[in-house]
Design a protein. Structure first.
Ligand SMILES: NC(=O)c1ccc[n+]([C@@H]2O[C@H](COP(=O)([O-])OP(=O)(O)OC[C@H]3O[C@@H](n4cnc5c(N)ncnc54)[C@H](OP(=O)(O)O)[C@@H]3O)[C@@H](O)[C@H]2O)c1
Length: 277
């Protein structure tokens, strides 16, 4: 169910973004006057992206399943002077997503950025040991939600001739045993991302994925084998460090900004060299 969108601090009409490169050096913040919708904003990656977008001047609409988690992120953003709205939205439900995005546009006038960072309920384990339902769970969830949220945003962005759709994960030949359908889901998201990029480019809409080698901060302390997983992510990196949540937010803010206006139909690799292109 979509709840009423809270916080109506922002009521002034905003100018149409000017893609003229000469205007870019005058931008005080990367995302000034931008409106962004972030699904899964109560999670670690969604929250980091929301904070970075707000810091860079975007008005952020935070959508997710658990209101308390969204409010925590929104309160932090507001206490730093940003503008955030929250709504409980099931990003797997077609009508809910469509109504939510329509409500955001009604309130904010337009939508510039859509970033879906919900979890997919993946059941990880060796393929020989999981059921077909468990295997398909992340694939169908990822396809359903990424399709729905992109379609809902794109219908508004097309009318305006601009917008940015972001995805997270990335594809490629490298994988690990025991991931169930999870890596297959990430590969499928990239197939969908290419199709959207192909269809939306002529409408001025960019579609880009942040490709990750794994964000160690997102691993709960009690996850079995946590130390080995963290060590594996660190050892795979070519650099002496791995991406932090802050790095994810910073790169996402840049890619979503007009400074990255040439980038579409691609992945931005934030794996510190772990995933070689
Ligand atoms: N972390 C990594 O290193 C990594 C690597 C590759 C890909 N990814 C992908 O990146 C995404 C974000 O990762 P994360 O670690 O931040 O995930 P996370 O901790 O699982 O958080 C995801 C958020 O999505 C919300 N959510 C789940 N189902 C939803 C639904 N149907 N509608 C609305 N919101 C929903 C959850 O709400 P509740 O808290 O209320 O359940 C949660 O707050 C995931 O898809 C993950 O698979 C992550």
């Amino acid at each position: 169910m979509t709840e009423n969108i809270t916080n109506t601090q922002y009521s002034q009409p905003m100018p149409t973004p000017n893609p003229d490169i000469k205007s870019l050096d005058r931008l005080a913040m990367l995302l000034e006057n931008k409106v962004a919708v972030i699904y899964g904003a109560g999670g670690p990656i969604g929250g980091a992206v929301a904070r970075a977008f707000a810091r860079e001047g975007a008005r952020v609409f935070l959508a997710g399943r658990t209101k308390a988690k969204l409010d925590k992120v929104a309160d932090e953003i507001r206490s730093n002077g940003g503008v955030a709205d929250t709504a409980v939205v099931d990003a797997l439900d077609e009508r809910t997503v469509d109504e939510y995005v329509d409500a955001v546009v009604e309130q904010a006038e337009y939508i510039d950025i859509s970033f879906n960072l919900i979890s997919y309920g993946d059941v990880q384990g060796p393929l020989t040991e999981i059921s077909v339902e468990d295997f398909l769970q992340p694939i169908t969830s990822a396809m359903r939600t990424q399709f729905l949220t992109t379609r809902a945003a794109a219908r508004h962005m097309v009318k305006r001739g601009s917008g940015v759709i972001l995805a997270f994960g990335g594809d490629g030949a490298q994988t690990l045993p025991g991931l169930g359908g999870f890596k297959v889901a990430l590969d499928a998201i990239e197939g969908l991302r290419r199709q959207w990029a192909c269809e939306l480019g002529r409408h001025g809409i960019r579609v880009v994925t942040l490709k990750t080698g794994g964000i160690t901060e997102t691993l709960p302390d009690n996850v079995p084998g946590r130390d080995e997983i963290v060590a594996g992510i660190q050892q795979a990196a070519l650099l002496n460090w791995t991406a932090t949540l802050a790095d994810v937010g910073n790169v996402a803010a840049f890619v979503a900004s007009d400074l990255a206006r040439t980038m579409t139909a691609t992945e931005v690799n934030i794996s510190c060299g772990a995933l070689m292109d």
